[in-house]
Design a protein around this ligand. Structure first.
Ligand code: ADP
Length: 612
């Protein structure tokens, strides 16, 4: 989807300023003193550079030509040197002792802001490549860009100060010299074009790099290790990797020549026209016209030769700086877009009630870019304390229904109510907090067993809670054999003693979370897919006991578990086609009964299945 502000190379001046101000304001909010000290030091540095550079040269040349006493010239040199040494000392201390701490503080502040937002954006955003690319760019660039904006401001203040002081000196010597100094400004347009090209290159390269990183991950991550060793996946991924290299080179070639020409024009303008031009002019004025005919004195000529380099360097830096602000603004736009993004799933201000009846009223939903309804005209009620089994073949819409219930997607039509109130009237956080959920593609975190069961900061008395939850989910025995029990880290990524559990064991652990929480609603999306039939049976039995007063929706591909539910809903092609208790649906002898018998035959043989 095309977003506001996508025409990045035509960003208006006002937005460039506002984006850079946004970065400075964010840094200011994170650390007030840092920004002031940082910017004040740029003025001090400018002052030192001037006093120990052009002004020192002029002072010495003037002193000698005016027959001044050597002592007063030396006194000036010594004073300036001592001043410079003291400032350098303070600067070095601040830069190495104070600054790293402050920078870390700012980084943490910015990350916190971004992560908070990331947890809020709706799931559909992750499926929109243009949003996702922006999101990744915002995450990767955020702190670095803000820091660079501040450094650009530092450079700007330093350049302006040094430039004013040196230009004033040149102006006093010969006002025409200022013309040479203005040339780098004219080169600014090329600098701007260069930055726009750099940004566009970055955007194109990002896409390739994202793909490349994905392919690289498949070579070294544990979760792909098996597939990469069997079949032709290794070759296929290698081919993909080669194609990303090719795409990368293509992009580099596309922008390489353009950037080289732009850089060359700037160098010629600066070094040939400004520096050599001003040097020729002052030598000509001093040697061919001479001071006695209104030309420059030899002393002034030496000062010009000494300071024109500084002036053009500052001017070039200034132009570069202004263009840099433009470049930073482009990236900061991504960060701002992301932070300003309003979740498209409407939410109200009401606190969700602690339980009650949930009703789906004629709900239909299609995924973005899809013609087909994933869920169509679905209506049903989940009454307080009721357990519903949601069954149906793969792709029939069960998970989508659950995601709609959790308000992770917004239905296209119809409404979902909790205690007769549309769930859009509740805040997302209070509403979602009423659910304990285990998804089919659940992920455990590289944290301790305890953290993975609680999935929240720990409180007093949690140890016993975790232990009971592990027993209920059937994971207690395995956890007791881990080196540090519930304090064992999962995965060995950060701890040599960490545990690598089998998928079934991981599933039991993720289920323990449901037992550790006392929410009114429980959603289990194929919680037993990796368990063997006996473990599955025990788990469901425990679950029914532990969730006695809670409303439960569970999706299971093994229909034997559906018998434990108060009601079974059969989904086919996004619609609920059968609804009733297991016995009712078996008596109805429809698709559910046929599916059930087919499965039972596989486990028990056809005769037993007939009597199920
Ligand atoms: P089930 O849970 O019954 O296996 P799902 O709810 O996952 O089915 O999927 C229902 C339909 O929606 C399927 O056709 C599936 O391909 C499609 N679908 C699921 N997730 C997405 C998605 N993120 N984007 C687009 N289509 C999706």
């Amino acid at each position: 989807m095309k977003q506001k502000g996508d025409k990045k190379d035509k960003m208006p001046f006002k937005r460039i300023v506002s984006n850079n101000l946004f970065a400075l304001k964010t840094i200011y909010a994170a650390s007030r003193s840092y920004i002031f000290i940082f910017l004040a030091s740029s003025i001090l540095y400018g002052l030192i550079d001037f006093l120990t550079g052009s002004y020192l040269l002029r002072r010495v040349v003037d002193g000698i030509s005016n027959g001044e006493q050597a002592g007063s010239v030396i006194a000036y040199v010594v004073t300036v040197t001592v001043f410079s040494l003291l400032i350098q000392l303070a600067y070095s201390w601040y830069w190495n002792v104070i600054s790293p701490v402050q920078q870390h503080k700012i980084e943490a502040y910015v990350e916190k802001k971004l992560f908070r937002k990331a947890a809020q954006v709706e799931l559909a955003c992750y499926e929109d490549p243009s949003f996702y690319d922006r999101y990744i760019r915002a995450m990767n660039e955020s702190y670095r860009r803000m820091n660079q904006t501040m450094q650009a401001l530092y450079q700007l203040i330093w350049s302006l100060f040094t430039l004013s002081a040196n230009s004033f000196l040149l102006f006093l010597i010969d006002p025409w010299l200022i013309l040479f100094a203005l040339i780098p400004f004219a080169l600014g347009i090329f600098r701007r074009l260069e930055y726009v090209a750099a940004y566009q290159l970055g955007v194109e390269v990002d896409k390739v790099v994202r793909r490349k990183y994905y392919v690289c991950r498949t070579f070294y991550l544990n979760e792909y290790a098996k597939e990469m060793r069997v079949g032709g996946m290794y070759e296929a991924m290698l081919r993909d990797l080669k194609s990303t290299y090719k795409d990368y080179l293509k992009i580099m070639r596309k922008y390489g020549l353009q950037r080289a020409i732009l850089a060359y024009i700037q160098r010629i303008g600066l070094e040939v026209i400004t520096i050599l031009g001003a040097s020729f002019y002052s030598v000509w004025s001093a040697v061919f016209i001479g001071a006695e005919n209104g030309g420059m004195s030899i002393g002034d000529c030496i000062v010009v030769l000494g300071s024109i380099g500084t002036v053009s360097y500052c001017l070039n830096g200034l132009v570069q700086n202004l263009a840099q602000f433009g470049e930073h603004a482009l990236h900061l736009q991504d960060i701002r877009y992301f932070l300003d993004y309003e979740n498209k799933i409407p939410a109200g201000h009401l606190e969700a009630p602690a339980g009650g009846d949930i009703a789906f009223q004629d709900i239909s939903f299609r995924y973005a870019g899809s013609e087909r309804y994933a869920v169509k005209n679905v209506s049903f009620q989940l009454r307080k304390g009721e357990r519903i089994a949601l069954v149906g073949s793969n792709g029939s819409g069960k998970t989508t229904l659950v995601k709609l219930l959790l308000s992770l997607y917004d239905p296209e039509s119809g409404q979902i109510t909790l205690n007769s109130k549309n769930i859009k009237e509740f805040t997302h956080s209070s509403y979602r907090a009423r659910f304990s959920t285990v998804f089919q593609d659940f992920k455990l975190f590289s944290m301790t067993v305890r953290d993975n069961v609680l999935l929240r900061p720990e409180r007093d008395g949690d140890e016993a809670l975790v232990q009971t939850a592990l027993e209920e989910s059937g994971a207690a025995e395995r956890v007791s054999r881990l080196p540090k029990g519930i304090d064992t880290m999962l995965t060995r990524e950060f701890d040599d003693q960490g545990a690598n559990l089998s998928v079934g064991e991981q599933q039991k652990l993720s289920l323990a979370h449901v037992f550790a929480e006392d929410t009114p609603f429980v959603i289990l999306d194929e919680p037993s897919s990796a368990l063997d039939p006996i473990a599955e049976y025990k788990m469901f039995e425990n679950m029914m006991r532990a969730t006695e007063n809670r409303s439960v929706i569970f999706i299971s591909h093994r229909l034997s578990s559906a018998r434990l539910a108060d009601r079974v809903l059969l989904m086919e092609r996004g619609e609920i086609t059968e609804s009733g208790t297991h016995a009712e649906l078996m008596a109805k002898n429809g698709n559910y009964a046929a599916m059930f018998r087919r499965q039972a035959e596989n486990y028990l043989g056809s005769e037993v299945a007939e009597h199920a």
